[in-house]
Ligand binder design. Sequence first.
Ligand SMILES: [Zn+2]
Length: 332
Amino acid sequence: MAIKDLPKYKDIRNTIRRNGRYPYVGTACKDTIVIHHSLTAMKLAGSTPQAFANTHIDKNGWHGCAYPFVITWEGTIWQTDDLDRRTYHAGNTNTRSIGICVAGDFRKGKEKPTDAQILSLYLLIKELQRALPKLTRILGHQECPGYSWKNCPGDNWSYKDVVAGKFIATAKKNGWLKENSTWFYYANNVAKTGWHKDKSMWYYLKPEMATGWIKDKGKWYFLAANGTMQTGWVKDKSKWYYLNPSGDMVVGWKVIDGQWYFFDNDGSMKTGWLKHKNTSYYLHRSGVMITGWLCVDGKWYFFNPNGKMAQNAQLEVQSVTVNSDGSISQIN
Ligand SMILES: [Zn+2]
């Protein structure tokens, strides 16, 4: 997925009102996401990116909407500006940050973000981090230097819980739910995280249902496109992997159906020559460890029953096939 593929994404960069452009600063310096609320009631006519643009141009004399992203009450993610601009939303933090405004007044006693806003905020942050992996610092506006006095993004919710994937639905939610094209599992209105067993299959919830490789407690697991944890052989990007019955990826030597295999540190099955602990082994293109005689690039080698290549050894050969020109074509 990319930002533009987020289900409730709307790109209004070419249509929103501007007064010149915010300075271009590139994305190399962007390491922070700053979260705001708009301090306007979420369903007011003024709680739209277009209205923010008018205020920021007419009242503040700026170049347009100061928030490159605005999330309105029904969960729409509006992009108003490029990621590489220095928009004026957080003072000294502007150059290094990208601002997201969750429309609403989230001070105590006022409103809370809707479930749709929370979900869109969570998914947008994930996509921004995928697009710009340096964006690891996530701050509320009031945590930016010089803004501790400001109640933004509001003390009536915990944006940190949302970032951590701990979100609680205000409406009744239970079981699997597909929201914004993403699967979640709710138990008593709380999006579940971690391993989840359902009909004898395992799933991993971040809280969005994971697919592909995930690392948990130092071990790798592979979840199919439908979210189910895989065991046994798995082919991914033309490489083979083997997953134990508990789902964890095998590294190093492993006996499978009576044959030895070797898996590199990244879990991929090894073929051909293998040097391991100063000993040479040879793995067939199927991954099976070779024992006995093997001709590689015109030279004969002998591999002991434990797979170790014989070196500086005297070997007893049971029978040899000698060709008419005297060359040996077969050793048994
Ligand atoms: Zn703010």
